[in-house]
Design a protein around this ligand. Structure first.
Ligand SMILES: NC(=O)c1ccc[n+]([C@@H]2O[C@H](COP(=O)([O-])OP(=O)(O)OC[C@H]3O[C@@H](n4cnc5c(N)ncnc54)[C@H](O)[C@@H]3O)[C@@H](O)[C@H]2O)c1
Ligand SMILES: [Zn+2]
Length: 664
């Protein structure tokens, strides 16, 4: 193939991939797409005379199917990409003496919002950069952070990114396993393509503003952020950086925080801080010269689905696990990912041998988001067939729920037995530190362990009968078991892995006044459903399983294991003059101990607030008294706090009170 043909081929591929991508169903991962663009760019640079006409690299987005096309007041462009520190330094060199702002690059959908005489008249998508789609009705109905009115006269245009929060994305997929969303960005784009807002009401978006056009244009980025805020928007966070080192530090900091955020970022944007300098730098065919996008490693990659193995869980649930060709994604090498259940497999049309998109964002377990490019199939792909019998014990399976989850209901199923024992010994439950999964499996296979209570009968002599274990380890294991008899009601309830009963259920039962595991077993439905968040299904499951576990409770007690409520299971005793006494608080953002600067996990800080008398909640509502904000707070909590008239205080104020009261 000659160069001309190769260029045309690459150009065609770019156009085809963009079409699919902007329609919400990408055919390849971003890195693969970027490689096609890069090759095309390099060939055109070497042979300018062979540049295709039109050249897709001079175009933005996709000539999408527009329902209601509107011309932009000025083009909505793409951004030049960088992946190496040298490119950041080169950017500064191009504009000597000019400071730069560094902002997170939110991964959603860009919107232009037009206000006239203070009223929102139009919300427009980027489209092909020149012409976008009018999505005003959908935006009004579905997007938080876009005021209907702003305090300004004349024409004001605000630009920014509409994103779907990760929490919204996850909640949606839990509720709709049969029609899952593939990623938050695609979901945001799809949402604003809906015909009727009512059909996508559960898919709310949040808007972050990063640009503003008015007659009273702000001079620097700091003024810009202030101006956006005073109009009622959440401005993207902007850091002033005087040199490349400062900019690289800001980029690194954003990347490190990426996992803690409730929205996806795909990089950081650098932009000249001075508005006049930015304007004077001008634009290329498809990107401004005064800005640069620094891209992070992808959270999505493609790989081959090598096999699917059906795994038996501690409650008997049989879940499909994808075995993948190793792929580096979201900062680690992934070889296993979840496939949720057979309905998800069916809905996504996944087959063994397919090239699939693997997604891993934050602490989320990696999952297979979907198949890419069905046209690449060779015919050798195999259907994923759910088992008809338990892969461990061979008993027939039952199907439950709309997503047809498979269960093995044989309580003596060997795989379930091992999983339950491992769970009992885990940190969340009995916390038997020196008895790990490998030993539990060996001991269960040898027929020594069947129930949690058997763990407490292990002796050093018994352990020494096994290969590859010395005096020291055996002693350590027995001591660890001995030290872990004070399990208590909350952790015992967690450890017994009762279907549908979560850690929260266990906590609430303790706080509702139950004194022992036997008391819960005997309580009866009426008393159980009176506990907050316990419904008839959870109550029935507790009754059924605790009744079955009666003999096991007796054995545990006989072996000195405590199943009574413990002090640690209850909220701390609080003095009437405690600084947060009687207040319901919500903690948001990242929390740092002001004395050491060390990052404190949010649950730890919540516990401190509880010690100071507070009740903690996870979301802001009318019953919230205080919203305590750490660093980098998400917009939605603040918007809600404002809506409900909730007082917002910075973490530093609370730290002072905690320290003064001797609680921290
Ligand atoms: N997988 C595929 O097949 C495929 C196909 C086409 C494009 N893509 C991907 O899409 C991207 C193409 O670039 P693009 O032009 O859509 O977007 P881009 O990556 O060039 O970035 C421009 C966009 O960034 C957004 N943005 C977020 N935060 C911003 C901030 N603080 N300041 C300024 N802008 C901000 C804006 O919405 C703007 O439109 C690439 O990452 C590419 O890999 C993938
Ligand atoms: Zn089984």
């Amino acid at each position: 193939m000659d160069t001309r043909e190769r260029i045309q081929e690459l150009a065609d591929r770019v156009v085809a991939l963009r079409d699919a991508y902007y329609q919400g169903s990408p055919l390849v991962a971003d890195a693969e797409y970027d490689a096609v663009e890069d090759e095309l760019r390099a060939l055109i640079a070497a042979h300018p005379e062979l540049a295709p006409d039109p050249n897709p690299l001079d175009q933005v987005g996709a000539p999408s199917v527009l329902h209601a096309p509107i011309r932009h007041s000025r083009p909505m462009l793409s951004l030049e990409k960088a992946t190496k520190p040298e490119q950041v330094a080169a950017f500064f060199d191009r504009f000597p003496g000019q400071p730069v702002v560094v902002m997170p690059k939110l991964d959603g959908l860009s919107l232009a919002l037009v206000y006239e005489q203070g009223r929102l008249v139009r919300a427009i998508t980027r489209g092909d950069g020149t012409t976008g789609d009018d999505v005003t009705v959908l935006v009004r109905a579905l997007t938080d952070g876009i005021p209907d009115r702003v305090g300004a006269t004349g024409r004001v245009e605000v630009r920014g990114e509409a994103v779907m929060l990760r929490s919204t994305f996850t909640a949606y997929n839990v509720a709709h396993p049969d029609k899952p969303l593939i990623n938050p960005r695609g979901a945001a784009a799809g949402t604003l393509r809906a015909k009727d807002p009512a059909t996508v009401a559960e898919r709310r978006l949040v808007f972050f503003a990063f640009d503003l056009d008015t007659e009273i244009a702000a001079e620097t980025a700091a003024d810009l952020a202030d101006a956006l805020r005073s109009l009622g928007f959440t401005a993207a966070e902007m850091r002033h950086c005087a040199d490349p080192d400062a900019a690289l530090a800001a980029i690194t900091e954003i990347e490190q925080r990426r996992n803690d955020l409730d929205y996806d970022l795909d990089g950081a944007v650098l932009r000249l801080s001075d508005r006049d300098a930015y304007a004077a730098a001008g634009t290329r065919s498809s990107s401004p010269r005064g800005a640069l996008a620094y891209k992070f490693a992808a959270e999505e990659k493609t790989t081959v689905l090598a096999d699917v193995v059906w795994d038996v869980g501690k409650t008997g649930k049989i879940a499909p696990v994808a075995h993948l060709e190793p792929v580096f994604v979201g900062g680690t090498t992934v070889t296993r990912a979840t496939l949720a259940n057979q309905e998800v497999i069916r809905a996504r049309g996944i087959r063994i041998g397919d090239t699939v998109l693997v997604r891993r964002a934050g602490d989320v377990i990696p999952f297979v988001a979907g198949v890419l490019d069905e046209s690449k199939r060779t015919g050798a792909e195999r259907e994923i067939v759910p088992p008809s019998a338990c892969p461990s014990c061979g008993q027939p399976l039952t199907e439950q729920g709309n997503s047809r989850e498979l269960f093995c209901t044989n309580v003596s199923c060997p795989a379930q037995t091992v999983r339950r024992l491992i769970h009992w010994a885990s940190r969340a439950a009995a916390d038997i530190e020196a008895v790990g999964p490998v030993w539990i499996e060996r001991l269960a296979e040898a027929g020594i362990l069947e129930n949690p209570s058997d763990i407490y009968t292990l002796t050093k002599e018994r352990l020494l009968e096994f290969d590859r274990i010395g005096e020291v380890s055996a002693t350590r294991m027995v001591e660890s078991i001995d030290a872990a008899r004070g399990v208590g009601l909350r952790r015992a309830l967690i450890g017994l892995a009762i279907p549908m009963a979560s850690e929260g259920t266990a906590t609430r039962l303790c706080r509702a006044g139950f004194g022992s595991l036997e008391e819960v077993a005997d309580a009866g439905e009426e008393r159980l459903v009176a506990v907050e968040d316990i419904g008839p299904k959870v109550a029935a499951s507790l009754i059924e399983h605790l009744t079955r576990l009666r003999p096991e409770m007796e054995r545990l007690r006989a072996r000195g294991v405590s199943l009574d409520v413990r002090e640690e299971d209850l909220p701390p005793v609080v003095a009437a003059d405690a600084p947060l006494a009687g207040k319901t608080v919500v903690v948001t953002g990242s929390i740092n101990d002001p004395r050491s600067g060390e990052k404190i996990p949010r649950p730890t800080f919540q516990r401190l607030c509880e010690k100071a008398g507070a009740t903690t909640a996870s979301s802001v509502s009318a019953s919230t008294d205080l919203l305590i904000t750490g660093a980098d707070v998400g917009a939605s909590k603040l918007t809600k706090a404002e809506k409900h008239g909730v007082e917002v205080v910075d973490q530093s104020v609370i730290w002072q009170q905690l320290i003064a009261a001797g609680l921290a």
